[in-house]
Design a protein around this ligand. Sequence first.
Ligand code: MUC
Ligand code: MG
Length: 368
Amino acid sequence: MKIATVEAIPYEIGMRKPLLFASGQMTKADHVLVRITTDDGIVGIADVPPRPYTYGETQRSVVAVIETLFAPLLVGADPFARNVIGAGMARTVGNFAAKGAVDIALWDIIGKSVDKSVHQLLGGFTPSVRVSHMVGFAPAQEMVDEALMYREKYGINSFKVKVGRRPVSLDVDACIALREALGRDTDLYLDANRGWSASEALGVARACAGLNLLYLEEPCDAHELLGRKRLVTESPLTIMADESVPTLGDVARELIDGGASAISIKTARSGFTESQKILGLCEGLGVDVMMGNQIDSMLGSAATVAFGAAFELSSRRAAELSNFLEFGDFLITEPLVIEDGRVVAPQNPGLGVTLDDDKLATYRLDKD
Ligand code: MUC
Ligand code: MG
């Protein structure tokens, strides 16, 4: 079996409501669908969410890098030879979301060719995972209303609160209001997307110390080495690395340098192959992980749940799997369903989901 064609298809789907956070905002999903087809007709798919404010990729750069640099490596290659293809792609620096999607599409092909779900191939630890919902910037009462609605409608009882605003009292007040409204048994954690200095972050961590928060994610820029180290040692909240750790090497550096003591794993940027290595490193070191969300579509979330539910460590914490609910539409035919606060990992071969060709035709930007 050989790879015959590689397509990088830009598409756009509006968001039901904008998502605002310290490093940027999303009003529409301007993503790229990767479709890899083999000479015997097996089709692997994956979604690319470019996040320019996080990794410097854009919809156009993703299409360009896949078409000009990755497709020539892929066409004619054996889709099982992920490590050959991965080594080839590694000769291009960065471009994490483009690389992650190619890897996911290869696993989709592999699963379909051996008639097994990726979730099973990765180790199939548990059928479903708990879901965590990410709440964007808004006045405190609106953030509370959103969390209560997600709890009521979907049974979700874990929330990531976007913080990183100034004055910091905006976020401290939102955290207090959320804890009061949700009660003590709801998981709550924060993500500042590098919005603060280390000192501001330490002030917030101290002000929120009695609120039983799980993590403070990416409080300040990880390049501010001493500040991050100080936070890890002095903050009453565990510091989680997200955008500072897109690769295995970055995870190793942040953990060894003392810039973080917990790690967000995102299949959107490290695919399944590198995510597995990151998970193994964290497991060996006894470091907490969380399955994060790069504001993923339903297709992207299908990859996250396939991976997250496949291992004990990655399924311990609720996984961020709900933001696709804010997308105006979906490109797959079998919707992921959030019920009683959980999502089931699809069990059909590969990623276990099917592309809706009519929807793709509606939303793709490269055809009249
Ligand atoms: C997150 O966890 O930071 C926001 C930007 C991005 O790249 O991912 C999201 C969520
Ligand atoms: Mg984050």
